[in-house]
Write a protein that binds this ligand. Structure first.
Ligand SMILES: NC(=O)c1ccc[n+]([C@@H]2O[C@H](COP(=O)([O-])OP(=O)(O)OC[C@H]3O[C@@H](n4cnc5c(N)ncnc54)[C@H](O)[C@@H]3O)[C@@H](O)[C@H]2O)c1
Length: 270
């Protein structure tokens, strides 16, 4: 029996990358999955956008683990749209135990090249989207008598990510939101923790992402080495983040809440 046998997990941004890895790992440990993703054009990003086919691939991989999955296109900015999907899925799957608020965007640009739209999109998706995810999920966890909520922040939510004032701001908000929700939901036996990856090998690094990072870094080379890991490995695989998420979701982390777990090879201290 897996650590998460009989559990149901809701994961946002699950079409690909880390969200897919979380879905597959939690399913491998016995959980049924509710997966949502925009699975369409992302606003203003320099990397490739995901498609419905990506979400279908997540479905295939979870079913390959022998678990059930309900996967729908949805936008974390749309509170009521997400609520409708989750409420129906909870009826079908019998409850909700685990929430992984993973959906996010990231646009590198120096402070003076940024725009109101870039700042607003990061707040709408990376902050309000996470709040929306918890607001529709927490009532189900309370009804279940407890649960685990995991918010995907970033290295940028503990230290800073140069050339991303908007992203850094949004991920620090997620760190604060973790503590604030943990305080109020603790009386319902709901644990709330955040995860802070350094660089991760996902499609977020595709398209012109490396070019955008390099152009921004050229404006201030002093900052370019910030966030180098202590370990010789430079970048994490999504499965390394999923292993930490599975731990926090499980009873192995039963007395851990309001914690901020880095998986960055030490980069936050460089
Ligand atoms: N890749 C990295 O180096 C890295 C490092 C630290 C933190 N993160 C964070 O990890 C999380 C996952 O990122 P990833 O690397 O897997 O990137 P990714 O782009 O591969 O995956 C993110 C997913 O979120 C979805 N998404 C974006 N906006 C959405 C919206 N409005 N509604 C629903 N879904 C939406 C995307 O469609 C995509 O499938 C993000 O929150 C990101 O900020 C990434």
């Amino acid at each position: 029996m897996g650590r998460l046998a009989g559990k149901v997990a809701f994961i946002t941004g699950a079409a690909r990358g880390q969200g897919r890895a979380h879905a597959v790992r939690l399913a491998d440990e016995g959980a049924d999955i509710v997966a949502i993703d925009l699975a369409g054009p992302l606003p203003g990003v320099p990397y490739d956008s995901p498609t419905r086919a990506d979400l279908d691939e997540t479905t295939r991989l979870v079913e390959q683990k022998g678990r059930r999955i309900i996967a729908e296109k949805a936008d974390v900015r749309d509170l009521e749209g997400m609520r409708g999907i989750l409420d129906r899925a909870v009826v079908e799957l019998g409850g909700l135990d685990i929430v992984v608020a993973n959906a996010g965007i990231c646009i590198p640009t120096t402070w003076d090249q940024s725009t109101p739209a870039v700042f607003r999109d990061h707040m709408d998706i990376n902050v309000t989207g996470v709040w929306n995810t918890i607001m529709i999920s927490a009532p189900h966890l309370i009804e279940r008598g407890g649960g685990s909520i995991i918010l995907i922040s970033s290295y940028a939510g503990k230290k800073i990510q140069p050339f991303m004032v908007h992203y850094t701001t949004s991920k620090h908000a997620v760190t604060g939101m973790t503590r604030a929700f943990a305080a109020e939901l603790g009386q319902h036996s709901i644990r709330v923790n955040s995860v802070h990856p350094g660089a991760v090998n996902t499609p977020m690094g595709s398209g012109d992402m490396q070019g955008a990072l390099q152009r921004a870094a050229a404006s201030n080379p002093r900052l370019a080495q910030m966030g180098t890991p202590f370990l010789s490995q430079y970048i994490a695989q999504p499965e390394e983040i999923a292993a930490a998420v599975a731990f926090l979701a499980s009873d192995d982390a039963s007395f851990i809440t309001a914690e901020h777990l880095s998986i960055d090879g030490g980069a936050q201290y460089f």
